[in-house]
Design a protein around this ligand. Structure first.
Ligand SMILES: Nc1ncnc2c1ncn2[C@@H]1O[C@H](COP(=O)(O)OP(=O)(O)OP(=O)(O)O)[C@@H](O)[C@H]1O
Ligand SMILES: [Mg+2]
Length: 464
């Protein structure tokens, strides 16, 4: 249960806030001025302080200044009836999370509190994770013994020491986020936050206010100031995932931030200095995108100061046995069991073409561990497309007949065969078939039309 400290010189506010947040399941303490708050906090820290600014004796800002050093991560929300710009600026400088004006909207305040606590939990989790890693004597948690992975480990260690922007590229599921975290964890910023944001998951305006924050009144619904993630990652690292999805307008704004090291919250007149290390990732070819005019070339050069490319799993299959053991261990630990892998099953795993890379392998092992009743994973616990996978059959396709062949016709034919195979394996379920072929349903439907097999798919589905 998160514990809140409410600081206000007016008893009515203390009571009201206690009532609201007790109802939300928080444990509550109250103080009627800054001095009392400092005493309570030194006796027992709080996860979050909601404090008035103006109070007799010691005011809210002084109170925060007095405890900040000892409690660097405590959430702080200020509430005030007379917001002075000075006070707000000072509060944010001391790392306050939000600034709310009285009278406040109850639902809005609840939401702000909830978000601040969630952010806290994220930071805590991160710290616990790091501690656990240190205790295990490894900082990386990245498995791999191939020469390619050794080169990556070396790279991680080197770039952890410097401040430059890093661009991590690689197919989906190759471990880009894991590498980003490892760089942060091994860097001098390790004790500060690692904040990860998926740039592809937001609309342009949302992404801007999410990254840079906003000031009260800058748009409908902006009822209070809000810190952006760049600020939240101050002294730490911000991980911009799927940066290739960023709109052109946002690309310009990001470029400015990287150049100036300052952010301007939406609606603000002034910029704030930020010191967050930027790590970006993408599974797209940004160089190519920039040649085609879909990604700013200047931004591309700015973020790819140090590029790290994660090779797909199929190019480092010697890592597979270690990864399998690692994941078996992980999921057995979760379930309090222990288990091996039968040689036959390991063989299948090593020979499969992992289109979804390490993530797909991880899910496969999770499923196998859950299904296995013996103390050794059997081939039958693996999905059919893995047990049926026959690399020889595919290799045979690559043998060029002595008298040559019509390549495009041959490829068309191959494509059609695979589509039909996928439909057979999924009883005509187009969504599942598209999954098997690792494509969008839309693209699969296009192929069905192209090869005139739409009716075939429908027949399979109806079980004819
Ligand atoms: N070398 C590795 N050792 C151990 N676990 C790994 C390794 N590589 C990836 N994983 C695991 O595989 C999963 C996918 O990795 P991650 O999320 O970092 O991939 P990603 O490249 O960011 O993928 P996407 O582009 O889809 O976001 C995670 O659960 C991660 O812990
Ligand atoms: Mg990722």
């Amino acid at each position: 249960m998160s514990n809140l400290l409410i600081v206000d010189d007016e008893q009515s506010y203390r009571q009201l806030l206690s009532l609201i947040f007790e109802g939300e399941g928080y444990s509550i303490r109250t103080a009627s001025n800054g001095t009392e708050a400092v005493e309570l906090l030194s006796a027992e820290p709080a996860d979050l302080v909601i404090s008035d600014v103006r109070m007799p004796d010691m005011d809210g800002i002084e109170m925060l200044r007095a405890v900040r050093e000892a409690l660097p991560d405590m959430g702080v929300i200020f509430m005030t009836a007379h917001a002075s710009v000075e006070a707000a600026r000072e509060a944010f400088k001391l790392g306050a999370d939000d600034f709310v004006t009285k009278p406040f909207d109850v639902d809005e305040l609840k939401l702000i509190v909830k978000k601040t606590i969630e952010k806290q939990a994220l930071i805590d989790e991160n710290r616990a994770f790091k501690r656990a890693q240190r205790e295990r004597g490894s900082v990386k948690n990245i498995v791999g013994n191939s020469a390619k992975m050794h080169a990556i480990f070396q790279m991680i260690e080197t770039v952890a020491e410097v401040q430059s922007t890093v661009l991590i590229t690689g197919e989906s599921g190759t471990g880009k986020e894991l590498v980003a975290r490892a760089i942060h964890d091994m860097s001098p910023r390790a004790e500060k936050p690692f904040i990860s944001i998926n740039c592809g998951a937001f609309t342009e305006t949302l992404l801007e206010s999410e990254l840079f924050g906003y000031v009260k009144g800058s748009f409908t619904g902006a009822n209070s100031n809000r810190k952006g993630l760049f600020e939240a990652a101050n002294k730490g690292t911000i991980f911009l995932d799927e940066i290739g999805e960023m709109s052109p307008a946002m690309q310009v704004k990001l470029l400015r931030v990287l150049q100036e090291r300052r952010v301007r919250p939406v609606g603000a007149h002034e910029e704030l200095p930020v010191d967050a290390r930027v790590i970006a990732a993408t599974n797209r070819d940004l160089k190519q995108m920039s040649l085609e005019g879909n990604f700013r070339e200047d931004l591309f050069y700015r973020i790819s100061v140090i590029p790290i490319h994660l090779p797909p799993l199929r190019e480092r299959s010697e890592d597979i046995p270690d990864l399998v053991q690692h994941f078996v261990g992980k999921f057995c630990d979760h379930a309090g069991r222990s288990m091996g892998v039968s040689p036959k099953a390991m063989d299948l795993l090593e020979n499969y073409m992992w289109g979804g890379n390490v993530r797909e392998l991880e899910h496969t092992i999770e499923r196998a561990v859950a299904l296995e009743r013996t103390d050794e994973i059997q081939p039958e616990r693996l999905p059919e497309h893995i047990t049926n996978y026959n690399p020889d059959r595919i290799k045979a396709e690559f043998e060029l007949p002595a008298d040559g062949l019509n390549l495009s016709a041959h490829l068309e034919n191959l494509e059609k065969t695979y589509v039909i195979e996928a439909l057979k394996m999924t009883a005509g379920n187009q969504t599942k078939a598209a999954d098997l072929l690792q494509m969008q349903v839309r693209s699969l439907r296009h192929l069905l039309d192209k090869h005139s097999i739409r009716t075939l798919s429908a027949q399979m589905r109806s079980g004819d």
